[in-house]
Design a protein around this ligand. Structure first.
Ligand code: ZN
Length: 92
């Protein structure tokens, strides 16, 4: 039960308990001893966005480093094609 009648209704009931819990939560957040879960998720979201932009900008470079898309073929891709010179003639 609450230690103080926070809403001043003359009772120390569950409503005061709830208010006390929120005040406690706020005070612990402001002390900065532990990072709040909201802050952690925010950082995670930023990391995700940065990662997504990175892949978006450099995805084409990674694409070129992959071998030919033809099954079992490990030849280098020909220019902007997803196949090697030999398979490019065959599939495109
Ligand atoms: Zn090939």
């Amino acid at each position: 039960m609450a230690f103080y009648d926070w809403n001043h209704d003359g009772k120390k009931d569950f409503a005061d308990d709830y208010l006390e819990y929120n005040i406690y939560k706020e005070s612990t957040k402001n002390s900065g001893s532990t990072g709040s879960s909201g802050g952690f998720l925010g950082k995670l979201f930023i990391v995700f966005i940065v990662f997504y932009i990175f892949i978006y900008l450099f995805g084409d470079l990674f694409e070129l480093e992959r071998p030919c898309m033809a099954i079992g073929c490990m030849e280098e891709r020909s220019g902007s094609s997803i196949y090697c010179i030999e398979h490019r003639r065959e599939y495109e």
